[in-house]
Write a protein that binds this ligand. Structure first.
Ligand code: GDP
Length: 369
C-alpha cells in the first residue's frame, strides 16, 4: 500500500515491523486499519498512553529529566507538584526549586481520604508549607485532594482553569503519588478537557510527555514519574504494597506503653519507648499490617528470629537495608513519621527511638490530631 497510514496520536507512520520503533501496531491491527476507509488509529504506544497513562518513570537526577525541568523555566507555566500525604517529604521534588524560575508553583497533597475523619486540614497544610519551605520551595497555594475518591477536586480544577489561562500546566510527581489517577479524575470531571491526548518529546531529550490540549490553546502536560530511592514504594513488590498502603481511612490503634517496650510495624518499622511515664501511643497504619509488641531488651533477638516470617514485609527479595534508628525527644505532642507506612502519635516530653530499613522515611511533625 503506497498510502501511508499515520497514528492520530503522535503522527508517526504506522508500521508492524519493530515494536521498539515509533508507530508500531501489531500486524493484525494494522491490516484491519488498512482495510478501513479514513481509519482513525493509534499506534500501540499512544493507545497505551491514552488508556493506561503509561509513561516510563525516570530517576530524579536523570539528565533528560533535568532538561525537561529546565525547559519549564524558559516558559510561562503553572507547575503542579503532586505529593503523597503519607510520604510527603520523600515525594516532594526538591530539585524543582532550581527550575521553577518565576513560574507559579502549587502543591497538591493527594490521598487525603486516608487521614482519620477528625483531621484538621489546616494543620495538614501548615505542616506541608513548613516542610516545603525547609526544602527551599515556596508554593503559592496548597491543595488537599483525594484523586481516588474525587474529593476536593473542584477547587483545584477551578484554580488550574483560572491560573493556567495563558500558560501550560505541568504535572510533576514521584511515582506512586497518584499523579495518573489525579489527571484522569480531572479530565473526567471536565469533559471539555477530555480531548485528544497526544504524545511528543521534549526537544533534545528522550523523555515522553503527554500533552492534553485545553480549550485555550495551551496544554496540560503530564511528565514522567520520578523514581525516588527514598520512597518505600520503589523498593516493595506490588503484593507487598497491597498490605502496606492503606486503602481506607486509617483507624487509630492505641497502645498503653511503659519505657522499655517496643512495637514492630511488620519489618518496616520499629518503635522503642525509651523514657517517660506510662502513656498512650496511637498508631496509624494500614489495617492489614502486622503489629507486634515486645520488650525492648528482646527486640533485636525477636527481629532476627522473625524477620522472614512474622515480620513480613519486606521480604529478602527487596533491596532494603537493615533497620536504622533515630531518637526523638519531642517537647510537644508529635507524630513520628514512618514514610509510606503511617505514623505514631506520641505525648510531649518523652524519649522514643524509631527505626526503618536504612532509616527511609523517618521524620517528625507536630501532631495533626
Ligand atoms: P502515579 O505513579 O503517581 O501515576 O500513581 P497512580 O495514579 O498509579 O497511583 C498510585 C497508587 O496510589 C495506586 O495504588 C492508587 O490506587 C493509589 N491512589 C491514587 N490516588 C489515591 C487517593 O486519592 N487515595 C488513596 N487512598 N489512594 C490513591
Amino acid at each position: 500500500n503506497e498510502e501511508e497510514l499515520r497514528c492520530i496520536g503522535c503522527g508517526s507512520v504506522l508500521q508492524d515491523q519493530d515494536p521498539k520503533k515509533s508507530g508500531y501496531l501489531p500486524a493484525s491491527a494494522l491490516k484491519k486499519a488498512m482495510e478501513e476507509e479514513n481509519a482513525e488509529v493509534y499506534c500501540q504506544r499512544c493507545f497505551r498512553l491514552r488508556h493506561y497513562n503509561e509513561i516510563m518513570p525516570v530517576e530524579e537526577n536523570n539528565d533528560d529529566f533535568l532538561a525537561l525541568l529546565n525547559s519549564i523555566s524558559e516558559k510561562k507555566a503553572l507547575v503542579v507538584n503532586v505529593v503523597d500525604l503519607f510520604d510527603f517529604s520523600n515525594s516532594l521534588i526538591t530539585s524543582l526549586k532550581r527550575f521553577i524560575g518565576n513560574n507559579e508553583y502549587i502543591l497538591v497533597g493527594n490521598k487525603v481520604d486516608l487521614f482519620p475523619k477528625n483531621t484538621k486540614e489546616s494543620k495538614v497544610k501548615d505542616w506541608m508549607r513548613q516542610e516545603a519551605n525547609r526544602n527551599g520551595l515556596r508554593p503559592e497555594k496548597i491543595f488537599l485532594v483525594s484523586a481516588a475518591k474525587k474529593k476536593n477536586l473542584d477547587a483545584l480544577i477551578d484554580f488550574i482553569a483560572q491560573e493556567g489561562k495563558n500558560k501550560d500546566v505541568y504535572f510533576v510527581g514521584t511515582t506512586n503519588v497518584g499523579k495518573s489517577t489525579l489527571i484522569n479524575a480531572i479530565l473526567s470531571a471536565r469533559s471539555d478537557l477530555k480531548d485528544l491526548i497526544t504524545t511528543s518529546k521534549f526537544p533534545g531529550t528522550t523523555l515522553d510527555e503527554i500533552k492534553i490540549p485545553l480549550d485555550n490553546g495551551h496544554y496540560l502536560i503530564d511528565t514522567p514519574g520520578i523514581l525516588s530511592k527514598k520512597q518505600l514504594a520503589s523498593h516493595l513488590s506490588g503484593k507487598e504494597l497491597e498490605v502496606v498502603e492503606p486503602k481506607k481511612p486509617l483507624k487509630p490503634a492505641t497502645y498503653q506503653l511503659l519505657p522499655g517496650q517496643t512495637i514492630f510495624l511488620a519489618g518496616l518499622g520499629r518503635f522503642d519507648y525509651v523514657d517517660g511515664p506510662s502513656a498512650g501511643f496511637t498508631i496509624y497504619v494500614a489495617r492489614d499490617l502486622y503489629l507486634h509488641r515486645t520488650k525492648t531488651e528482646n527486640a533485636d533477638e525477636f527481629y532476627k528470629k522473625h524477620k522472614d516470617d512474622l515480620l513480613l514485609p519486606p521480604s529478602k527479595a527487596d533491596d532494603l537495608g537493615p533497620l536504622k534508628g533515630q531518637t526523638f525527644r519531642p517537647h510537644q505532642k508529635s507524630d513520628i513519621l514512618f514514610g509510606g507506612v503511617g505514623f505514631i502519635t506520641v505525648p510531649k516530653d518523652v524519649v522514643v527511638k524509631a527505626y526503618t530499613p536504612d532509616g527511609i522515611g523517618l521524620g517528625i511533625r507536630r501532631a495533626l490530631i
